[in-house]
Design a binder for this molecule. Structure first.
Ligand code: RIB
Length: 306
């Protein structure tokens, strides 16, 4: 089985539960503080491997306790970490996460060692990328490294899935090399240069993003489901209602599950439905990686449907 290659971030998440998220200048009393492995790259890699994919990871951690423990988690999940570099003298990436009682969160990041992922490291991993079933990238890694990995994959005919998070405007040449783009609403708005807070039309946004190059655009809309634009159709797929405990990493779970399903042969809408089930499973539980499903936790994947 060809692996899914995930190029991305590894963070230690410092997670505090709060009754409500603090406003600027406000102090709120939280409880149940935890340190948990995270990072969008690591999360997506774990979500995919738990659902049956072979996964190789390209990224960086620091030479510190957070780096050692996050690496150990990826290894224990069965992910190939031979191209997860330990960078001397730099701290592992950290995410400060507050989760309120509704399940919503806010996150502030320190890139740390994630910022050390270089074009040279990507070039060293070229054979791995060229041998992938799918390359998955996000934007918690330096853009030149992401661009290089996508260019290598594109030249080798390896499909590319980009999760443009955290949001930033992207060069047209980059988007033209992406096969599957998976933004949330605010990331889609940034890519399209929409006015922040303006009314958002998910169907129009998905079509406008497709016009920039990706063959498939999946706009994740949280509890409102997803908007999927692919060849010849653009449709909204509702999410089943779920009582949210913690939405952190729901998008990452969706992406890893979608990737695993596609690489197992599922058609687009079957893979999206499977990914929605995986994300719903994760938001109903606390934590990010801790909350991700394994194969037996979900109804069997329907490999064939439109
Ligand atoms: O998407 C959730 C992730 O975003 C967290 O695990 C945190 O590390 C940040 O990268």
């Amino acid at each position: 089985m060809k692996p899914i290659v995930v190029l991305g971030s590894v963070n230690m998440d410092l997670v505090l539960n709060c009754p409500t998220l603090p406003l600027p200048g406000q102090t709120v009393q939280g409880d149940d503080f935890k340190t948990l492995p995270g990072g969008k790259g690591a999360n997506q890699a774990v979500a995919a491997v738990r659902l049956g994919a072979a996964v190789s990871f390209i990224g960086c951690v620091g030479d510190d306790d957070f780096g050692r423990s996050t690496r150990a988690v990826l290894v224990a999940e069965g992910i190939d970490t031979s191209q997860l570099r330990t960078v001397a003298g730099v701290a592992t990436g950290v995410a400060m996460i507050m989760v309120e009682a509704s399940g919503q969160n806010c996150i502030a990041l320190s890139a740390g060692a994630n910022g050390a992922l270089s074009v040279a490291q990507v070039d060293e991993a070229a054979a791995t990328i060229e041998g992938a079933a799918l390359l998955i990238c996000q934007l918690e890694s330096p853009l030149p490294a992401v661009q290089r990995a996508i260019a290598i994959a594109h030249a080798a005919g390896v499909p590319v899935l980009l999760n443009p998070a955290p949001a930033q405007p992207l060069p047209a040449e980059l988007l033209a090399q992406v096969d599957v783009l998976v933004p949330n609403e605010s990331e889609a708005a940034v890519l399209l240069g929409l006015v922040p807070g303006a009314a958002f039309d998910a169907a129009a946004a998905a079509e406008a993003l497709r016009a920039l190059g990706p063959r498939t655009v999946i706009v994740t809309l949280g509890a409102a489901g997803v908007q999927v634009a692919g060849d010849g159709n653009n449709r909204h797929i509702a999410a089943k209602p779920v009582k949210a405990i913690d939405t952190t990493g729901a998008g990452d779970t969706f992406i890893g599950a979608y990737a695993a399903a596609r690489c197992a042969g599922a058609y687009l809408h079957a893979a999206v439905a499977y990914a929605q089930q995986a994300a719903a499973f994760s938001v109903a539980r606390a934590g990010t990686i801790d909350a991700m499903p394994r194969v037996g936790d979900l109804p069997p994947l329907k490999a064939a449907s439109a």
